[in-house]
Design a protein around this ligand. Structure first.
Ligand SMILES: C[S@@+](CC[C@H](N)C(=O)[O-])C[C@H]1O[C@@H](n2cnc3c(N)ncnc32)[C@H](O)[C@@H]1O
Length: 266
């Protein structure tokens, strides 16, 4: 059975948590947050709280903003099982990162795990950076975490089972269920640098029965110098560029393109 689901699906939010539970960026975000001292943090595209909750547990005051009601709902539900001192550190709100106005400034604005990649146009990117500039305290830091794009199309694709079965990933879920998932690039708009990606999640019940959920997402590829030019155009100064969560310098083979920037004249 193949169900087409939207990004807003509550089940997708639960699947998201399962498949990205072991992502290797936790230490990076803890170090970034620690560098802000006691200053408040704003996470753009906080999703289910995968990054936000550990930062709140470490005592950071953090606001999580996301467009998706379902992702926020899951984040809020997880927050309810935290102790009061953690809950007291967190504020969640549904908003668009291109147009938010919180009426206050933050010591750090973070956009982990390719949240910025979901902005399809340069206008959306610039609008977001303008909002970021307005919400940063003097010497506050903006940290954007993007993939380091490789123009070879094969690099973008996790193959479907069958010919490329080994590239599909299998993860344990709850109640003995497992999820096998893969991503296929079904269209690439070179002019807009946008990949249309079809992500398939095969939920395998403990008895072996399975069903498939499919979603389509658009991801814009932003290259290194383009990101630098964009930030300068939006009134930022680049403080550091990393190629991975170990904070190694950006290099040809780097999987990530992580930029730390400061607002000029803020
Ligand atoms: C890949 S998830 C990352 C979630 C979380 N930061 C993490 O690291 O697990 C990207 C998130 O960005 C959100 N998002 C996409 N476009 C957005 C927008 N314009 N404004 C706010 N959130 C957005 C999505 O709903 C999604 O939760």
């Amino acid at each position: 059975m193949d169900d087409r689901i939207s990004l807003e699906s509550a089940e997708l939010a639960a699947i998201y948590d399962a498949i990205y539970a072991d992502r290797d960026d936790a230490g990076f975000w803890q170090a970034m947050a620690a560098a802000t001292g006691d200053g408040p943090i704003l996470e753009l595209g906080c999703g289910t709280g995968r990054v936000l909750l550990p930062l709140a547990r470490a005592g950071h005051e953090i606001t999580g903003l996301d467009l998706s009601a379902e992702m926020l709902e899951r984040c809020g539900a997880k927050l309810q099982s935290e102790p009061p001192e953690v809950r007291g550190c967190v504020r969640l709100l549904q908003a668009d990162m291109t147009s938010f106005d919180l009426g206050r400034r933050f010591a750090a604005l973070i956009c982990p795990f390719a949240g910025f990649q979901q902005l399809r146009t340069v206008e959306q990117q610039l609008a977001t950076l303008e909002r970021c500039r307005t919400h940063l305290l003097p010497h506050g830091r903006l940290v954007l975490d993007l993939p380091n794009p490789d123009p070879a199309p094969a690099e973008y694709s996790r193959e479907a089972p069958g010919d490329g079965e080994s590239t599909a990933e299998l993860v344990e879920w709850t109640d003995g269920r497992r999820i096998r998932w893969w991503m296929t690039v079904i269209g690439y708009d070179r002019l807009q640098q946008v990949n249309e990606c079809e992500v398939t999640y095969e939920v395998i019940e403990s008895g072996g029965a399975s069903r498939r959920l499919t979603e389509t997402i658009s991801l814009r590829y932003t290259f290194r110098y383009e990101l630098e030019h964009l930030l300068v155009r939006a009134g930022f100064r680049i403080v550091a560029l990393y190629g991975d969560y170990d904070r190694s310098p950006l290099a040809d083979e780097s999987p990530a393109l992580i930029v730390v920037a400061e607002a000029l004249g803020a």
